[in-house]
Design a protein around this ligand. Structure first.
Ligand code: URA
Length: 433
């Protein structure tokens, strides 16, 4: 078999067999297939598409490229969630404690932020002392005792995806339904949970810009997961505006704490309750309406906050007093208030541009080797649908580097569109697959 022939075949829009896909995944992971040939194949796959059989074969080949965790000792309660990537998306920090408070076992591996999207591991590392690498024994003990552990991606979990994803990121081949579905599902399947809830983002800050594409991605991922014996559900959620008010690592942890303290209502809480309720309803075979009530009670009773506290301590947080006073987490040296440049309704806020503005302040990275500034980011004071007068504060920028303000403010302002008419409110949740 020759890689050249497989590239040629995909270029002509033909379907690759399971054996051919296995050959290219093992060849690339093992170093026999060079980057330039894999890049050509990925571009052909992006332009010609992968059908369900090819996507399934690619998922399984990447899943089997490294270790697979066995969580069967958790008795069917091992649950995981995954977001397809967004701006201000701190749901794992809230959903994990809610689900664990309701008896689920969350043994989760998360990633770092890249480009305009954030990553849970960067957010957690903004808590001083928090360890994102645990020995397998400590990880497993913590999951059994507290019900929740979140660590960085183990080096040998779906290593083929790690290598291919890095190449996709550099070759403009990320936004393909087959490639995204196989990338996400290979990691989720290797990580061993019985229940997987997917948060498929739609809109300006997401990889999927339309509902039709997001639904196709959700259908592909749920079908793959169910075909591999997992209980899977996908929630299609709005990512036209950043989720909640905070964009940036420590700022987002502080916002998550306020939600768990029952001090903040709104769309962030609503989405977290929906994700947690779907995990509970699948894991415990209970009606979704009952699971929604249970999820809400886990927050109002303070039980989820208590799990959060135990989780922080167990993973090494030096000082958990920020749970009583979340603002303690955000001592950015420099702040600048951004004011509205005109009067009117905010008719749209491009979430991707806001994510890029936060990255310019130091909250994100261009390449995985870049260092991030945990206290950098943006607090949105106004959001789409709000009426503002010229001069009203719309956001607060945070950074440790004053030189970053000009470019970040210009980028942030370019994300906002104003109009005389109040925009129609878009739903937070478009549907469940
Ligand atoms: N997240 C992933 O893990 N993989 C993708 O391809 C896109 C988002």
């Amino acid at each position: 078999m020759k890689m050249y022939d497989l590239i040629e075949k995909k270029k002509r829009g033909k379907r690759l067999s399971e054996r051919e896909i296995g050959f290219l995944v093992s060849g690339y992971t093992g170093g026999e297939i060079p980057d330039y040939q894999m890049s050509a194949f990925l571009m052909a796959a992006c332009l010609r598409g992968l059908d369900h059989k090819e996507t399934l074969a690619l998922t399984k080949a990447m899943r089997d490229s490294g270790d697979r965790l066995d969580l069967s000792y958790l008795g069917g309660l091992a649950a995981d969630k995954h977001s397809t990537g967004g701006v201000g998306d701190k749901t794992s920090l809230i959903v994990g404690p809610i689900a664990a408070a309701l008896g689920l076992k969350i043994a989760k591996m998360s990633g770092r932020g890249l480009g305009h999207t954030g990553g849970t591991i960067d957010k957690l590392e903004s808590v001083e002392g928090f360890e994102t690498t645990l020995s397998p024994e400590r990880f497993s003990k913590q999951v059994q005792e507290i019900g929740l552990a979140i660590i960085g991606q183990s080096r040998n979990l779906a290593p083929a995806d790690k290598k291919i994803y890095a190449l996709r990121d550099l070759t403009a081949t990320v936004d393909s339904i087959g490639l995204i579905a196989s990338s996400i599902m290979s990691k989720k399947l290797a990580a061993g949970a019985d229940v997987i809830v997917l948060d498929v983002k739609v809109g300006s800050g997401a990889f999927m810009k339309t509902k039709a594409d997001a639904k196709a991605l959700a259908l592909e991922m749920t079908e793959i997961g169910r075909g591999c014996g997992k209980k899977v559900r996908a929630v299609l959620s709005n990512m036209d505006v950043p989720l909640g008010s905070a964009v940036g690592n420590a700022l987002e942890v502080a916002e998550a704490v306020r939600v768990l303290r029952n001090e903040e209502k709104g769309e962030l809480l609503e989405l977290c309750l929906e994700l947690a309720a779907n995990m509970v309803s699948l894991a415990k075979n209970c009606p979704i309406d009952k699971a929604r009530i249970m999820a809400a009670e886990a927050v109002t009773s303070g039980k989820a906050l208590e799990v959060f506290r135990r989780w922080m301590k167990a993973q090494g947080a030096k000082d958990v007093s920020f749970i009583e006073a979340p603002d303690k987490l955000c001592p950015a040296e420099r702040r600048r208030t951004v004011v509205a440049r005109e009067s009117g309704y905010i008719v749209s806020m491009n979430a991707e541009t806001i994510g890029k503005a936060a990255a310019l302040l130091g909250a994100g990275r261009e390449t995985l080797d870049d260092r991030i500034d945990p206290s950098a980011g943006i607090m949105l004071l106004r959001k789409t649908g709000d009426y503002v007068r010229a001069g009203d504060p719309v956001a607060e920028l945070y950074t440790s580097s004053a030189a970053a303000f000009e470019e970040a403010e210009t980028a942030f302002c370019s994300a906002l569109r104003f109009g005389a008419k109040e925009p129609r409110k878009k739903p937070l949740i478009y549907g469940i697959v």
